[in-house]
Design a protein around this ligand. Structure first.
Ligand code: HAX
Length: 437
């Protein structure tokens, strides 16, 4: 049976050759203009990054190595007890481009189990923080604090790592980090919101279900939801803030711990991953004001009040997508399949789908009035009793770390250089635009 490392190793020479040809022979091919609008407008649509783990089409949504979400759900191996595939199977797919066999996923699961011990000082670092420190801040600090165990940093520092070999310790670090994250996140959850008791891993559970178990949740339904959640949030090509931040920091040859931590700092922003927390807070406020069964007219007014106060409606809009996020649909379908539709919060999330896009269209600012992944995820957590909104982005982070790691492994395998775009002054832009001052 081919291991994950062997599967990557086999592919690297062919991919390196493709990069070499593109760079050496076709390096001057024009990919389109760099406009003043893109330069001052957050680089929208600028084709300035390479990412093969996933691709985000504005109308179709995400494809993981060419596969849509329903295809991935149908193709990947799943545990006997669950409806949803192993998220680690998707990590395999992202890293290798190949759909893993059940035996390969089980081998990866067992490898992760063997690597799962978190260095003791990480818990000391977390315990030193006030309990009300935001869980994402704790999560970022824990990841950074694990940096001392980076195989890449140790070998690079010792001068024993040729450039062609960078990817191997990057894979090692990735596997170590991914293996440890559920225990770290569960520790944060239990210390911040519960009795702080550490629940040991269950060797009979898969990586995803174990995370739920260590949070203290025994409901098999939640274990299944956790697999879905970890599957859906894993990767969204490389221009999003978390993946791009990780790639940028990684381009300085900072190791996986430093790079993923950088990505997580970006994920913690309200316009990115924190939107899931913001969204549930917004819905909670709505329910406090209007009760649990508001009329469409009341919800519409509530949405307008948010816009008029200068705030965004969390969970709606996207920098690339121009239709409803298929990750939203996957969660909506799951909630309907599982008969969650009559839960008050789930019902409101579904009602918002009928109202908010029209409100945003009427306002006429947002280029995409449709919901993104964060519009639905919190409601499913609430359904299973996970009501601590401040923790939601950590759930996102455990999943996103896998996608970011898959990207970093390939950054190293392909010898991606230091990222260093050129900045210009505002005056230069004015000159380019023919503006006289
Ligand atoms: N509510 C109100 N206004 C919105 C909006 C929303 N949901 N979405 C976009 N707009 C506004 C923008 O703020 C912008 O206003 P200004 O011109 O006054 O600056 C205008 O519409 C044009 O923005 P855009 O081009 O459509 O969107 P951007 O690419 O600039 O931003 C965002 C994309 C996701 C940041 C934006 O849609 C937003 O703020 N959404 C709400 C927050 C959110 O859900 N974030 C999560 C996104 C998905 C993700 O990364 N998940 O992790």
């Amino acid at each position: 049976m081919t291991t994950l490392e062997q599967a990557v190793a086999l592919q690297i020479p062919g991919w390196q050759e493709r990069v070499k040809t593109l760079n050496k022979v076709h390096g001057e091919v024009d990919l389109g203009p760099v406009t003043v609008g893109a330069t001052i407008g957050g680089m929208r649509d600028l084709k300035a990054l390479v990412c093969d783990t996933s691709y985000l089409d504005p109308l179709e949504g995400i494809r993981f190595r060419g596969f849509t979400i329903p295809e991935v759900q149908a193709l990947l191996p799943r545990p006997a007890a669950g409806l949803e595939p192993y998220p680690t199977g998707l990590f395999w797919l992202l890293v290798t481009g190949e759909v893993p066999t059940a035996a390969q996923v089980l081998e990866l699961e067992s490898d992760l189990r063997a690597r799962a011990e978190v260095p003791a000082h990480i818990y000391d670092v977390l315990r030193a923080l006030p309990r009300d420190t935001h869980p994402m801040t704790q999560f970022c600090m824990a990841i950074t604090a694990m940096q001392g165990s980076s195989t890449f940093a140790a070998r690079y520092g010792a001068g024993t790592l040729p450039k062609g070999g960078y990817w191997q310790p990057t894979l090692e670090d990735s596997l170590d980090l991914i293996a440890r994250l559920p225990a770290v996140a569960a520790f944060i959850y239990r210390r911040s919101f519960h009795d702080g008791r550490v629940i040991p891993a269950d060797p009979n559970l898969d990586w995803g279900a174990n995370f739920a178990h260590m949070m203290g949740i025994t409901d098999a339904g939640y274990h299944d939801l956790m697999r879905l959640y970890l599957l859906l949030h894993i990767d969204h090509e490389s221009g999003n803030v978390s993946a791009h931040a990780a790639h940028l920091v990684g381009s300085a040859l900072s190791d996986v711990y430093l790079s993923v931590s950088a990505g997580m700092h970006g994920l913690a922003g309200p316009l990115h991953g924190l939107a899931n927390q913001e969204c549930m807070k917004w819905i909670e406020d709505l329910m406090q004001q209007l009760g649990s069964n508001p009329s469409p007219a009341e919800v519409r007014q509530y949405a307008w009040d948010t816009l008029k106060s200068g705030r965004v409606i969390p969970g709606y809009g996207h920098a690339v997508l121009r239709k409803t996020d298929p990750r939203y649909f996957a969660q909506r379908e799951y909630s309907l399949q599982k008969g969650m539709g009559s839960h008050p919060v789930v019902r409101i999330v579904h009602l918002l789908y009928d109202i908010v896009p029209d409100v945003l269209l009427e306002q006429g600012k947002a280029k995409n009035p449709w919901p993104n992944v964060d519009a639905h995820s919190g409601a499913l957590q609430v359904y299973y009793g996970v009501k601590e909104q401040d923790f939601y982005t950590v759930l996102f982070g455990v999943s996103r770390a896998m996608g970011v790691c898959a990207q970093l492994i390939w950054d190293r395998a392909l010898g991606m250089p230091l990222e260093r775009p050129k900045s210009v002054t505002l005056e230069m832009l004015e000159e380019a635009a023919g503006i006289q001052r």
